[in-house]
Design a protein around this ligand. Structure first.
Ligand SMILES: [Zn+2]
Length: 187
């Protein structure tokens, strides 16, 4: 799945999780959900985050983002050389390894922690719709697929899935933020 589809799934999953848990999401948590939804593909050096952060317009922001950008590239290099793409980061083990420190460090900010966890988990769900599937039980077992044949990445079917997820995200956002729903004419 491409970065846009993962971003939409991240927002939809986070908004859904907030509705289910009765959490009121602050605006800053949405970008966190999107970043977490991109994180599992850091094991691919050509992915949005694996390729480092794109150059910012402002030199000051660029300077701030460089260390993170290098860290992402280094992580990407190590992962692709050791375990390969779509392995550890796309498994339940990877999800647990990500969520444990998030919960420990950000337990005081439940909405933020929920955004990161929901975003990451949404990536595994989206990739499970793919032809290749996800190795949930990595390093054991076969890749797991939600659909018998799966959806090809970048095809019309992926676009349709992204639009459906966008509709769900919009519905959840309108419920979470009634003012936003009113502005969009939904309530
Ligand atoms: Zn992926």
């Amino acid at each position: 799945m491409n970065a846009t589809t993962h971003a939409v799934f991240g927002v939809a999953a986070f908004a859904g999780a907030c509705l289910a848990a009765g959490v009121e999401p602050p605006a800053y948590a949405y970008p966190a959900a999107v970043a977490a939804a991109w994180l599992p593909d850091v094991d691919n050096p050509r992915s949005r985050l694996g390729n480092g952060l794109s150059r910012m317009r402002s030199p000051a922001l660029n300077l701030l983002s460089r260390p993170l950008s290098w860290a992402l590239r280094a992580t990407s290099f190590v992962l692709v050389r050791t375990v390969g793409h779509r392995t550890l980061t796309h498994s339940l083990l990877g999800l647990a390894l990500f969520c444990a420190p998030v919960w420990l460090l950000l337990g005081g900010y439940p909405a933020f922690a929920l955004a990161l966890a929901a975003g990451y988990a949404s990536h595994l769900l989206a990739d499970a719709l793919n032809t290749r599937g996800v190795p949930l039980l990595w390093p054991l077992g076969k890749p797991f697929r939600l659909l018998p044949r799966g959806i090809r990445s970048g095809g019309a079917a992926e676009a349709a899935v992204a639009v459906a997820a966008l509709a769900l995200a919009g519905y959840a956002l309108a419920l979470l933020h009634p003012a936003l729903g009113g502005a969009l004419g939904l309530s």
